[in-house]
Ligand binder design. Structure first.
Ligand code: NAI
Ligand code: MG
Length: 480
C-alpha cells in the first residue's frame, strides 16, 4: 500500500509538525502516520482554493465535464487499489468496495459531468424584459466527511462542487483518511488544476473546526453526527456560510401483515450491511402483530447464517466495526438496553471467537418506544423489534423519533403503501426495497437528520450562487 499521508494543498504535498497513527480495524495493523493539520494548514488550503477559484470558475461546462470524466476514468483504473485501501482503513467488505462502492465513486463524477452539460436554466419574460437565471459558482467549499463510507460520501460532495465551478477543501474523517489522499492523486493526474481540490488531514476539533470557521469558505457540506453538526452550524453562523447537513437516523422498517415475508426478512437482514454503520439503516423493525412471531423466527434463522469475519474474505457478510471507541459505544447501548429489560433474540455482545472489533449482529426485543435504544442512533449491527397493530399505530411509532432520514415499508397492498408513505416523515421512503439511489432524485434528511437536499438540480442549487439577470427591451444602440 502506498498512500501519501501528507496534506494536498495548492497541488503540492505538505507535511505537518505532528502526525497521528491510522490503525486498521481489520487486524489493528498500523497503516500510516497521518499529517495532523490545524489552523495553519487550513489557512493555506483555503488560500489555495481562493487563488484557484477564478480560473476554474471561468472554464466552460465542457471543459469541467471533461476533467470530471477523466477523474472517473482514473478511479476505475485504480479501482482495485482504492477498494483494498478502503477496506484496510475502515473495515467494510472488500467485495462491496470492488463491486458496489468504487464503481459508484466513478459514477458520481460521470453523473455530475453529464448533469452539468445538460443543466437547464430558466428564462422568463416580464413585459418585454428578459429574466435570465444563471448558475454561478459560489467559491471555495468546505467538505467534511465521515468514516463509514469515506470515498463514496466524499465524492458525493466533491463531484457536484467541482462541476458547479467551485474549488474545494476536503477534510476526511481521521479514522479513514487514506482514500481522500488517493483521490487527490487521481484528480491531479486527470488534469484538475492545482488548488481546485485540496485535502487537509486531521482531527475534527482541530482541522475540521478551523475549516468551517474560515471566512474564506463559501459553502459547508457535512455528513456525520448531530452533535458535530451543531458545532458546525454555530461556526457557520459567524460568517453566514450556507450549510448542507446530512446527519444520522433511526429509520424504521414497517412490515405489514400483508407483506411478502421472505422479502421483508431480506430487507431486515440487509440492515446489518457495513456492520450497521450506515446512516440510512432501518434499525427499528416494526412488525404487525399477526406475523411478528414468524418474522422473528425467520429473521433469527437468517441472521445466524451470516458469516462474520475478515472483510477481505469473499464469504464474509459482516466485518469489524471501525474503532475500539465505536465498539464500546455500541456495546454500551446494548448493555443499557438489556439492563432496562430488553431481550437479545439474536447476538447481544462482541464476537468473542473473533476478538478485535467484531460485534455480533444483534436483535433486541422487549424495548420501550421512549427508551434510549429506540430513540438514539447506535451505528453498529444492532436492530430493535417492536410490534404494532394497524396503520395508525405503525405510522405513529415510525415517526416517533427526532430523526427523519429514511423509512422502508414492506406491504403487498399498493393503496396501503400510498396511504402510509404519505404520512411518513423522511427524506427517502423505500417501498419493498432498500438503498436504491438515483443521483437525479433528492437525497437528505428531515428534522434532525439534516438540512437541505442533494442530487440533480438540488446539488447545483446548493453549490451555486444562483443569479437572475433582467434585461430591458430598450436602451440598445443597434435597436434605438
Ligand atoms: P463526527 O460527526 O464527529 O465526525 C464526522 C466528521 O466531522 C469527521 O471528519 C470529523 O473529523 C469531523 N468533525 C468532528 N468535529 C468537528 C468540528 N467541531 N468541526 C468540524 N468538523 C468536525 O462523527 P464520529 O465522532 O466519527 O461518530 C460519532 C457518531 O456519529 C457515530 O457513532 C454515528 O452515530 C454518527 N455518524 C453518523 C454518520 C452518518 O452518515 N450520518 C457518519 C459517521 C458518524
Ligand atoms: Mg483507519
Amino acid at each position: 500500500m502506498s498512500v501519501d499521508t501528507r496534506h494536498w494543498i495548492g497541488g503540492e504535498r505538505v507535511a505537518s509538525a505532528t502526525t497521528f497513527t491510522d490503525v486498521s480495524p481489520v487486524d489493528q495493523a498500523e497503516l500510516g502516520e497521518i499529517a495532523r493539520g490545524g489552523a495553519a494548514e487550513v489557512d493555506a488550503a483555503v488560500a489555495a482554493a481562493q487563488a484557484a477559484f477564478p480560473g476554474w470558475a471561468a472554464t466552460s461546462r465542457e471543459e469541467r465535464a471533461g476533467v470530471l470524466r477523466a477523474i472517473a476514468d482514473g478511479v476505475e483504473k485504480r479501482l482495485e487499489e482504492l477498494a483494498n485501501v478502503e477496506t484496510l482503513d475502515n473495515g467494510a467488505l472488500l467485495r462491496s468496495h470492488r463491486r458496489g462502492v468504487m464503481p459508484r465513486v466513478a459514477h458520481n463524477f460521470r453523473f455530475f459531468a453529464d448533469w452539468l452539460e445538460g443543466l437547464a436554466h430558466d428564462d422568463f419574460d416580464t413585459r418585454g424584459h428578459g429574466n435570465h437565471v444563471s448558475w454561478d459558482p459560489a467559491g471555495p467549499c468546505a467538505l467534511i466527511t465521515p468514516w463509514n463510507a469515506p470515498l463514496m460520501l466524499a465524492t458525493w460532495k466533491v463531484a457536484p462542487a467541482l462541476a458547479a465551478g467551485n474549488t474545494v477543501v476536503l477534510k476526511p474523517a481521521e479514522w479513514s483518511p487514506l482514500t481522500a489522499s488517493l483521490l487527490a492523486d487521481i484528480a491531479a493526474e486527470a488534469g484538475l488544476p492545482p488548488g481546485v481540490l485540496n485535502v487537509v488531514q486531521g482531527y475534527g476539533a482541530e482541522a475540521g473546526a478551523a475549516l468551517v470557521a474560515h471566512p474564506g469558505v463559501r459553502r459547508i457540506s457535512f455528513t456525520g453526527s448531530v452533535p458535530t453538526a451543531r458545532h458546525i452550524a454555530q461556526a457557520a453562523a459567524a460568517n453566514l456560510t450556507p450549510l448542507s447537513l446530512e446527519l444520522g437516523g433511526k429509520s424504521p422498517l414497517l412490515v405489514f401483515a400483508d407483506a411478502d415475508l421472505d422479502l421483508a426478512v431480506d430487507l431486515a437482514v440487509e440492515q446489518y450491511d457495513n456492520a450497521g454503520q450506515v446512516c440510512l439503516a432501518a434499525t427499528r423493525l416494526l412488525v404487525e402483530s399477526p406475523i411478528a412471531e414468524e418474522f422473528a423466527r425467520r429473521f433469527a434463522e437468517r441472521a445466524a447464517a451470516l458469516v462474520q469475519g475478515d472483510p477481505r474474505d469473499e464469504a464474509t457478510d459482516i466485518g469489524p466495526n471501525i474503532h475500539p471507541r465505536q465498539l464500546d459505544k455500541i456495546d454500551g447501548f446494548v448493555r443499557r438496553a438489556v439492563t432496562g429489560g430488553a431481550r437479545a433474540l439474536v447476538g447481544g455482545g462482541p464476537n468473542t471467537d473473533l476478538g478485535g472489533l467484531y460485534y455480533r449482529p444483534t436483535l433486541l426485543a422487549g424495548v420501550e418506544q421512549d427508551s434510549e435504544i429506540v430513540q438514539e442512533e447506535v451505528f453498529g449491527p444492532v436492530l430493535t423489534l417492536q410490534t404494532f397493530d394497524g396503520e395508525d399505530e405503525g405510522v405513529r411509532l415510525a415517526n416517533d423519533t427526532r430523526f427523519g432520514l429514511a423509512a422502508t415499508v414492506a406491504t403487498g397492498d399498493r393503496e396501503r403503501a400510498e396511504r402510509v408513505t404519505a404520512r411518513l416523515v423522511a427524506g427517502t421512503v423505500w417501498v419493498n426495497c432498500f438503498f436504491v439511489r438515483d443521483l437525479r432524485a433528492p437525497f437528505g434528511g428531515s428534522r434532525e437528520s439534516g438540512v437541505g437536499r442533494e442530487g440533480g438540480n438540488w446539488s447545483f442549487d446548493f453549490y451555486c450562487d444562483v443569479k437572475n439577470t433582467v434585461s430591458a427591451p430598450r436602451g440598445w444602440r443597434e435597436n434605438g
